[in-house]
Design a protein around this ligand. Structure first.
Ligand code: NAD
Length: 477
């Protein structure tokens, strides 16, 4: 299977007609390819194609839509390695992790089918001469926006529920991951996707703007940064009839209450903060440790473990803990963020360094920022800020001192501490003695505050991809 960066509109592969965009190797920075983005007219044509395909797709019995989705899952199985190679090649994540992503993508298909059936099952009640029936209807044309960090798994987690419900889709992947999107669409085509049911438009922000502002979309399912999500939220204000699902970032806290097992605590912190090089929405960004010896010992052990963490290129043979950042520019941004924290008075406990000149390979940073007034921002990379707290109330106050609310974690403590944490913490995904990163299966996955608008994805996407209609029916007047 050969990946390109074409568009798919109404079942036809075509080249973009707008200003070119280039994709660099995430680690080495060389240009991988250069191509054209979709023009505004092509975005319009993609929406038109989705609109034209909608009535026939929505009328198909659910079993037929399900059958297509199941064939798609089989095709994914057959192309596991092609997809994993594309994902690693574009994102910089190690091949082992890209393979895990493809596994998650495949698992999500089965979950989405079950979720759709469980959440939207038709219910009938006999009213004596009439039936009260609960039915579900699709909205129409859904725009699906993907982020770069899970370019296969996350858009898939919205496209599959949208399709199962009977919607058609225009998919706008991240400009960092066009090849994964192209391969995904090739898999759909191999599975028998009817023309126009999913359309693909490639390019950066202008393509996203043309799609999100298009008057003929019925909904937008977005996973990405709070910055862009906030723009879209404003853009959709007042459009009551449109669906907007926002899955955004966070400034996630991990609170250490006590350390019954130091090795386990260190591993949990490493997995929380540095898996995928910190490029997961649920990664811990702030580590809250108690003042005094417990905190000191833990931070020493953590710095020591960080110095031994293996970071290497995505196709390195020996399965590094994490790979490159998505681009050399992103790595420059993280190094600048470390400098900025230091300039504001932070103490670097483990210094982030560029491991090979000109690349995006960075060692992790651990920076003590106790007592500093800092902007509430998500550093999307291997940078963990440390706050030392005096007592439990201060720990909770610091943990909640953010406009976001995606994930939060607690390490140590007793059951009553956990109960208290659960009651007082403001976050959509919470963990006790477990890493903050990780998949959710059929649990809701989404945040509060500026981390999203309370439309948790995965299992719960079925709730907003179809709307319930109550009807009372009698075949005799
Ligand atoms: P991003 O917001 O930069 O891009 C997301 C999508 O929006 C891309 O397709 C991009 O091209 C498009 N876009 C960019 N500017 C736009 C504009 N002005 N108008 C319309 N579309 C526009 O995000 P990213 O850097 O690709 O991904 C990383 C971010 O995503 C992080 O903040 C991370 O926390 C978040 N994320 C959240 C979740 C979640 O489930 N909550 C999951 C993964 C990633």
């Amino acid at each position: 299977m050969k990946a390109t960066q074409r568009l798919l509109i109404g079942g036809q592969w075509q080249d973009g007609e707008a200003e070119g965009f280039a994709k660099q190797d995430p680690v080495a920075g060389d240009t991988l390819w250069q191509g054209n983005a979709a023009s505004e007219a092509q975005v319009g044509a993609a929406v038109e194609a989705a609109r034209a395909a909608f009535p026939a797709w929505a009328r198909r019995p659910f079993a037929e839509r399900q059958a297509l989705v199941e064939r798609f899952r089989e095709v994914l199985e057959n192309h596991r390695e092609d997809l994993a190679t594309a994902i690693a090649g574009e994102t910089g994540k190690p091949l082992w992790e890209a393979r895990t992503e493809v596994g998650a993508m495949i698992g999500k298909v089965a979950l989405s089918i079950r979720a759709y059936q469980e959440r939207t099952g038709e219910r009938e009640r006999d009213l004596g001469g009439a039936q009260a029936v609960l039915r579900h209807r699709p909205h129409g044309v859904m725009a699906v926006f993907g982020p770069y960090n899970f370019p296969g798994h996350l858009p898939n987690g919205h496209m599959v529920p949208a399709l199962l419900a009977g919607n058609t889709v225009v998919f706008k992947p991240s400009e960092q991951t066009p090849l994964t999107a192209d391969l995904t669409l090739q898999c759909w085509r191999e599975a028998g996707l009817p023309e126009g049911v999913i359309n693909l438009v490639q390019g950066a922000a202008p393509v996203g703007q043309a799609l999100s502002a298009h008057p003929d979309i019925d909904g937008l399912l977005f996973t990405g940064s709070a910055k862009v999500g906030g723009l879209l939220h404003k853009q959709f204000a007042g459009q009551m009839d449109k669906i907007l699902a926002l899955e955004l970032g966070g400034n996630n806290p991990l609170v250490i209450k006590d350390v019954p097992d130091q090795d386990a605590a260190v591993l949990t912190i490493l997995q929380s903060a540095f898996l995928s090089g910190g490029q997961r929405c649920t990664c811990a960004r702030r580590l809250l440790v108690p003042e005094g010896q417990v905190g000191d010992h833990l931070l020493d052990a953590l710095s020591d473990a960080i110095s031994r963490l293996r970071v290497a290129g995505q196709f390195s043979e020996d399965a590094p803990f994490y790979g490159g950042l998505v681009s050399v520019a992103a790595a420059d941004g993280l190094l600048a963020a470390q400098d900025d924290l230091e300039a504001r008075g932070g103490t670097v406990l483990s210094r982030m360094e560029r491991l090979e000149e000109g690349t995006s390979l960075l060692s992790p940073a651990l920076v003590d920022v106790t007592g500093l007034e800092l902007p509430d921002e998500e550093h999307f990379g291997p940078l963990l800020k440390v706050h030392r707290y005096r007592d439990w109330d201060e720990a909770i106050r610091l943990a909640n001192d953010t406009r976001y609310g995606l994930s939060a974690g607690l390490v140590g403590g007793e059951r009553e501490d956990w109960d208290d944490f659960l009651l007082r913490i403001r976050a959509g995904i919470v963990n006790w003695n477990r890493q903050t990163t990780g998949a959710s299966g059929d649990a809701p996955f989404g945040g509060v505050g500026d981390s999203g608008n309370h439309r948790p994805s995965a299992y719960y996407a079925a709730d907003y991809c179809a709307y319930p209609v109550a009807s009372v029916e009698s075949d005799e007047l």
